[in-house]
Ligand binder design. Structure first.
Ligand code: E4P
Length: 213
């Protein structure tokens, strides 16, 4: 499983890139709004930092024609932009049209196996099932990863599964075990992933022993 970062914050992207594990970036309108910057300017900045890996940028339009227009504009910003499109009937039409143009797409707000299958058949490069938001309504978000991974394996579908709406390290470990190709992870969770109390205790003990030699 690969690691994407789920943020529109440049410093966080640079920090994650420095770890050497970053395979892509996802943004959404909420994440961009939080930054208080121009969307296209920020995408240019992000694609200058992450030059050769997928950077997902979401359309705002709700109709297929509008999504296709916005998608083409976003894709023109940099060759590694992936157009993020919501899982609706209009979204499927847009994904189909954009993929015919050779533009990569990420179908977002996926909450069922059959939505993922439809998105894949429409030509999606990625599908993003939202784990945390399913957990929030009392369902097990991780079960959806199993469901999609099983469907894609049976039908030999090349669309990659991005575990999204990741809230804590267990989501990441379990998404990897259950067959997600990618997890897109907020910066604070990436930091949590690197930590273990025994690692800290071990370092402390080594240093104490070294200083008492
Ligand atoms: C993924 O692409 C989405 O941007 C993101 O994971 C949504 O996460 P949230 O449910 O924490 O807002």
């Amino acid at each position: 499983m690969k690691f994407f970062i789920d943020t529109a914050n440049i410093e966080q992207i640079k920090e994650a890139k420095a770890l050497g594990v970053l395979a892509g970036v996802t943004t959404n309108p909420s994440l961009v709004a939080k930054e208080g910057v121009d969307f296209h300017d920020r995408l240019r900045e992000i694609t200058n930092v992450v030059t050769d890996k997928s950077v997902s940028a979401e359309v705002i339009a709700l109709d297929a024609e509008g999504m296709i227009k916005e998608g083409k504009e976003l894709a023109a910003i940099a060759p590694n932009i992936t157009v993020k499109v919501p899982m609706t009937t209009e979204g499927l039409k847009a994904v189909h049209a954009l993929s015919e143009l050779g533009i990569t797409t990420n179908v977002t707000l996926v909450f069922s196996g059959v939505q993922a299958l439809l998105a894949a058949r429409a030509g999606a490069t990625y599908v993003s099932p939202f784990l945390g938001r399913l957990d929030d309504i009392g369902q097990n978000g991780l079960e959806l990863i199993n469901e999609i991974a099983e469907i894609f394996a049976i039908h030999e579908i090349p669309t990659e599964i991005i575990a999204a709406s990741v809230r804590h390290p267990v989501h990441v470990t379990e998404a990897a075990r259950r067959g997600a190709h990618i997890a897109t992870i907020p910066f604070n969770v990436i930091q949590q992933l690197t930590k273990h109390p025994l690692t800290d205790q071990g370092i402390e003990k080594f240093l104490a022993d070294w200083n008492n030699r």
